[in-house]
Design a protein around this ligand. Structure first.
Ligand SMILES: [Fe+2]
Length: 432
């Protein structure tokens, strides 16, 4: 008995000394309390960038005659400007959404705090606009859902003093239960009403029902992104510019072959990118192309075959994807192999949803894979200047964000790849 106890103590001691990481257990869905506000009061407030110096404010009211106005200004309680927007609503089987308001405010000063009120009443919110120049910090996490781990991830993102959040798909995990979109909107409001949240769609946004419902109705109604502002005809793909970065949000669940509208729009958008003005080029979509986890293996292959040559010619610096509930970072890579002029691919579908982690990996690890780990967490990308950016990934370890992966990246502008491929890119963009 004594010898067994001794063995146990030695084993425990060794584990502690070795600092072995013990992955925490999955957490249940949160019961987000539904706060019955007056029906004309704003709920689920979130903001998104909407073209140069403009921000879209989105909120929901139960009252279907509530006005879509936003009063705003740089002093609390004193609103020097007012903007009128539009509203929409949708029905989904027996569910009827509240009135969803979208109001664009601006022109706004860069790097400035604004106070605002939605619909002429209710609480005051405040937001900060991004700076016009570097440095700029993006927080990144996809596949959020609304569990205890989501809450933990959101707390860590809030602490990191980011300027813009990038969400590579799978937001609410409502999965047809529409009130879950409302609780998700309430859960993220403290963050998403204060900094722009730029999202793209995942499979959990689709919610289509054969012969009854087209896909993405709830998502498109509630999370309107600046697609018109970026010349796109669909909310499922768009682009925006902030500080010195051009960011392209693509759709993994809409057509992407070279005859598709998305591909044509992508070519048109890339032809407008000026790397003098926006030296960093980022792309965000849901299904990863470089993934050595056993989960969702190969699902991104056809989109990759269609679009990687174009993105490679365009010298994309970083690609963010979600879908796989884990974290993985690649070398600069193209066509399945490390390549100094390719993009760094980062899978970051680790926001904390109820489906849990994807813990099984392929062995051996591919040569392009630098770091992979099945934990919940979030990433932070600080673009310091036109040549350097610092990327960190923070694992949710016992509710504390622990920096587990970090790397300095140099831009493809500074390494000469952009100049080297100008001719090749022009040829592709000019082809019919
Ligand atoms: Fe997904």
């Amino acid at each position: 008995m004594e010898s067994k106890l001794f063995l146990l103590l030695v084993t425990v001691g060794f584990t502690v000394i070795a600092g072995e990481y013990v992955r925490p257990q999955p957490r249940k869905d949160l019961q987000v309390p539904w706060d019955a506000k007056p029906s004309s009061q704003s709920q689920q407030v979130h903001i998104s960038l909407a073209g140069d110096k403009h921000m879209r404010v989105t909120w929901v009211t139960g009252d279907r005659s509530a006005p879509s106005i936003v009063e705003y200004g740089t002093s609390s309680g004193k609103y020097s400007s007012v903007a009128q927007g539009e509203s929409t609503s949708y029905s989904y089987m027996i569910y009827k959404s509240g009135l969803i308001h979208h109001t664009v405010i601006g022109p706004l000063e860069h790097d400035t705090v604004y106070f605002y009120k939605c619909g002429g009443q209710g609480p005051e919110f405040q937001l900060k606009t991004p700076a016009a120049q570097f440095p700029i910090t993006f927080s990144v996490a996809g596949d959020l859902g609304q569990t205890g781990w989501t809450k933990s991830t959101l707390e860590h993102i809030e602490r990191c003093k980011y300027d813009v959040h990038l969400l590579p798909g799978d937001l609410s995990y409502a999965d047809y239960l529409q009130p879950r979109w409302d609780t998700f909107g309430e859960l993220v409001q403290p963050l998403a009403s204060a900094r722009p949240w730029m999202v793209t769609q995942g499979n959990h946004e689709k919610e289509s029902i054969p012969f009854l419902k087209d896909g993405f109705e709830s998502y498109n109604s509630r999370w309107k992104m600046p697609y018109k502002e970026s010349g796109s005809s669909s909310n499922l793909y768009y682009s925006f510019e902030v500080a010195g970065a051009h960011i392209i949000m693509l759709g993994s669940y809409t057509d992407y072959d070279e005859h598709s509208d998305q591909y044509k729009w992508l070519k048109a958008d890339l032809s407008k990118v000026d790397r003098q003005k926006t030296p960093w080029l980022l792309v965000v979509f849901h299904v990863p192309w470089y993934n050595s986890n056993k989960a969702h293996q190969g699902e991104g292959d056809s989109m990759m075959a269609a679009m990687e040559p174009l993105l490679y010619a365009a010298s994309v610096d970083i690609v963010f994807a979600g879908h796989v509930h884990a974290y993985e970072r690649s070398n600069r890579v193209n066509s399945g192999k490390s390549n100094t002029c390719g993009a760094v691919h980062i899978t970051i579908g680790d926001g904390g949803n109820r489906e849990g982690l994807a813990q099984r990996y392929e062995h051996p690890s591919p040569e392009w894979s630098v770091f992979r780990e099945a934990s919940f967490g979030h990433g932070e990308l600080e673009i310091v200047n036109s040549t350097h950016a610092f990327w960190t990934w923070h694992r949710n370890d016992d509710d504390e964000p622990v920096r587990s992966d970090q790397v300095w990246m140099t831009s493809l502008v500074s390494s000469g790849c952009v100049a080297e491929k100008t001719h090749e890119l022009r040829k592709i963009l000019m082809s019919p």
